[in-house]
Design a protein around this ligand. Structure first.
Ligand code: FES
Length: 86
């Protein structure tokens, strides 16, 4: 995987936390919603957990990562190249 590709963020959250997350995919502060976000999601956390949050803006399930940051590649050679970077 190239270094410039953003990876998802694993965020540990606790019960009672309120997050304001971006669902427009355009905020520079992804996965958090910026002040001008057109589709913010206010999420009240019910229990302690880990969230996998999108930082590339390509997910169809924003603000959560759906794997779109690294679409499938055909063939073992390409998968190996992505894994090793060579
Ligand atoms: S980080 Fe955006 S889809 Fe995974």
């Amino acid at each position: 995987m190239a270094d410039e590709e953003p990876l998802p963020e694993v965020r540990a959250v606790e019960a009672g936390q309120v997050l304001r997350l971006c669902c427009c995919g355009q905020c520079a502060s992804l996965p958090d919603a910026g002040a001008a976000c057109t589709a913010p999601l206010e999420l009240s956390v019910g229990r302690e957990r880990h969230l996998l949050l999108c930082r590339c803006g390509l997910s169809a399930r924003l603000p959560f990562c759906d794997g779109s940051h690294a679409p499938a590649v055909p063939g073992l050679k390409e998968r190996w190249r992505r894994f090793t970077g060579r």
